[in-house]
Design a protein around this ligand. Sequence first.
Ligand code: IMP
Length: 504
Amino acid sequence: MATVLKEPSRTFNEYLLIPGYSGMDARPENVSLRTPVVRFRKGEEPALSMNIPLTSAVMQAVSDDNMAVALAKEGGISFIFGSQSVESQAAMVRRAKRSKAGFVPSDSNLRPDATLQDVLDLKAEKGHSTIAITEDGTADGKLLGIVTSKDYRVSRMDPATKVTEFMTPFDKMVYGRDGITLSEANDLIWDNKVNQLPIIDDNQRLTAFVFRKDYDSHKEHPLELLDADKRYIVGAGINTRDYEERVPALIDAGVDILTIDSSEGYSEWQAVTLKWIRDNYGDKVKVGAGNVVDADGFNFLADCGADFIKIGIGGGSICITREQKGIGRGQASAVLEVAQARDEYFKKTGVYIPICSDGGIVYDYHMTLALAMGADFIMLGRYFARFDESPSAKLMVNGSYVKEYWGEGSARARNWQRYDMGGDAKLKFEEGVDSYVPYAGSLHDNVQMSLNKVRSTMCNCGSLNIQDFHKNAKLTLVSAVSIVEGGAHDVILKEVNSNSSNGR
Ligand code: IMP
């Protein structure tokens, strides 16, 4: 007979934290959010930790090289999406690893045959006013000129005007050469009174920009996550099909950590993939696995050698796996059970395997709950998709700015490989939707705000680090009526508040 779990499947919304005693030192500035990312033995230091417990989802609409750099600056890790060719994913990793603090890969590029209208469209989409004109329109093509808002007057010019007629051409530009230090680049910016300095290689190909406004960048990012060579730490997603080709290419590009990206990870496919990595690279290559939602799944992947294990099936905002396939589990129940399994595994073997709560974070306090329930770190898709740094398009819909956000199981994401999927395409079903999310501005401002809330709640609970929080957190289930009590109620709101459930 089938087993039926006694407890219903619960979500973050059904829990609250009960404050604990907090001393006078319990202040947000004293809270450390440093957390291990990969397995380690009792008494040893993990080979990789993060300074904040956030990772960005392995998704086309979320994690590219630009996002990877932005999140590493804050102290977290992006896992660059794997639903693209091996070459283009490796190129993204390479670009992110090449970018040094203060040197930014160009995210707004056009070809010389583009028009003023193309400039205006790109500026609206990316939010940046500096546009590189390269021979092939790529971020590392041969640099022919740049366009900034000083170069055109929208009211006086025909939108069909070619950029070559108004750009600053290469021979009139101030630029730096590859290998220049940040302080030399800044001297050129100040001496020449320019706002940006393109950096080129020996073949006149663009490698990066240094912006005047980023002058104090490293001071603004005290938690940035760097490798031994002061390059940003970068992750990437892999799958259980083409790993023999993809893993070596990503490693060659300099990736620091991998994760097997799958909606359901308690499988022989993951065991075989992990074994192949261990056979070929030993412990040198770090790789997470998942997703699982119970202790059995965790123990299986732990024994297979996963460096960290991801939790979550069906809770993602764009996910329809539960409706389509009837599998999954409320994210809170899944995290609580897997955290207990992780602790038992540690007691039994002396090996600590970090766990990652993946998907389903709606409010900032859900991050705090996931950590309280035992997660070492969190993976988020919708949250990061809303920011300037995500790769998707920013559009105006019904008078508000939105960004596009689509699931990896949606037809849109799967298109990249539609020709080699095999079988009858008509019989494939989708596990994700294509959607919009409200545009929310810069990653830096939002992450600072969200984590200040997390730190503040940890103080209320008397915990100054995540490890203590795991031990000390006291949670309570909430009844349906107390959820109503928790939002603004019995008042007439003057305006819709996005922080209140009434305003969602
Ligand atoms: P979110 O933070 O709630 O938006 O969830 C993001 C997570 O949803 C990702 O990290 C994946 O684990 C999961 N996910 C991404 N795409 C799909 C999909 O198409 N179907 C189901 N789950 C998905």
